[in-house]
Ligand binder design. Structure first.
Ligand SMILES: [Mg+2]
Length: 189
């Protein structure tokens, strides 16, 4: 399970920090973000503002949990699934890694900290399902997981992937227990 935009409400803090810095409205606010790349179409001043926001110390520690995410993760674990929090740190932010760990400790508890995998390249991490909001996840390897998209404004155009809209029980349960059609099943022949 990815952290930003899936467990942690990155967009809310993005909007708040842009407001705090009086950023130009040429920089899309979360609800209007159509590109995962935050700098798409921006001039150099606005690109510098994006860097300033993203490099704000403490930015990643203060994110609110996405509603239902914490409860869902604990239920998944209780159901017997082996859960990892797989996150790509924003290395230009001096406190990002410590903040991400602190976020997990604060919101999920100390026992979850050892479930964190920091990975700039998530294709190197093995698993059955990766729940992530990034539209396309590529890297050095062909992943063994299925990418289930966590719905966000910047991934609406992606087709052909299963999608989770929230952390309701039925949503996450189906995401990690997909319907398997038995081979040779007459119903689907
Ligand atoms: Mg994410």
């Amino acid at each position: 399970v990815d952290q930003d935009g899936v467990l942690a409400d990155w967009g809310k803090t993005w909007d708040k920090t842009l407001a705090l810095y009086g950023a130009s409205y040429a920089i899309p606010r979360h609800a209007n973000q159509r590109s995962f790349d935050l700098k798409t179409g921006l001039n150099s001043d606005d690109k510098a503002m994006v860097n300033r926001v993203m490099e704000t110390p403490g930015f990643y520690a203060d994110l609110e949990p996405i509603p239902g995410a914490v409860k869902a993760l604990k239920e998944m674990l209780a159901d017997g699934h082996d859960i990892a929090i797989v996150t790509s740190p924003y290395y230009s932010n001096p406190t990002c890694i410590a903040d991400k760990i602190e976020w997990v400790r604060r919101n999920l508890g100390q026992s979850w900290v050892s479930r964190i995998i920091l990975a700039a390249d998530k294709t190197r991490v093995s698993g059955d399902v990766l729940i992530d909001d990034k539209p396309a996840i590529t890297g050095a390897r062909i992943p063994d997981w299925e990418h289930v998209l966590f719905d966000q404004p910047y991934n609406h155009e992606v087709v052909g992937k299963r999608r989770m809209y929230n952390w309701n029980h039925s949503e996450w349960w189906l995401a990690i227990n997909p319907l398997r059609v038995p081979a040779g099943s007459k119903a689907f022949a």
